[in-house]
Design a binder for this molecule. Sequence first.
Ligand code: PEP
Ligand code: MN
Length: 341
Amino acid sequence: MVVVMTAGATPEQVDAVVARVETAGGSAFVSRGVQRTIVGLVGDVVAFQGLNLRAMPGVGEVVRVSKPYKLVSRENHPDASTVTVGARGDVHIGPDTFVLIAGPCAVETPEQTFEAAQMAKDAGATMLRGGAYKPRTSPYAFQGLGKRGLEILAEARELTGLPVVTEVVDPADVPLVAEYADMLQIGTRNMQNFPLLQAVGSSNKPVMLKRGLSATYEEWLMAAEYVAQRGNLDIVLCERGIRTFETATRNTLDVSAVPMVHALSHLPIVVDPSHSAGKRDLVVPLTRAAIAVGADAVMVDVHADPTAALCDGPQALYGDELAELARACKELPPMVGRRTA
Ligand code: PEP
Ligand code: MN
């Protein structure tokens, strides 16, 4: 933290700031400039926040230079992290590779799930997505198959060899979901469900943390910090579109999130163009954009018969669109310095 004194601050006022910082166990370095005096603080930022320095006479501004999130910050960890997924440890989400994750929005039946998993595999995806617990906006909409859905996903993994990412909604379900899944997804609506974040933080599986509908980067990274603070640093962030004034798309894909988050944090970032757009026609162009801005992975919805899908049919890709997406996912990553799986 840095304290910027007002132009007319007296030496006694500066000394009082230094003395108060020292009561919190910190040290202060005074730099007397021509126009202003700046006091740099070294120590525990959280303890400094309780000192109410801003209210002291002669204090102009208190600037926080150290981020409020630490474990997930770039400041604290300059090299980009790679998160490894799957029992065989063969999926690496990080700066050198580009990963395609595909699958149905929801697990509906074994056949529908196996068909979608096969579509994903044929398109070159190296991970399978699919929801067994579906946090739907309407309580009357399909809520997912629960434990049966997890069993079907595990069978789809057997059939295809693709590790599975699936959402967990209730902290009490974390041990069960972690038993079946290779990666635990925290959905948009739960980004600030702190007991859930702590529960996945205490699990032994990597976590995909989706951005809240209207969360700032800082709020999102603070949510990731909750997971990390419990000792689980295998976290991948997921940009899935935010709420804006635009109604033509379901959400607005914030492409700036990718380079911004890479600058602020060492964690990898996935883009979900399906939930961003809500329209299948936009999924391929948004995937191209995601790769161009440096996404570490893309996650898309696929369905053999989207017209019959119980969840998010309008955004699910048909086979031919998936083939076009697969081409983009092969051709573009090498142009931005990445290997495809
Ligand atoms: C999903 O990926 O299935 C999902 C529900 O997404 P979101 O939480 O981004 O709405
Ligand atoms: Mn969905």
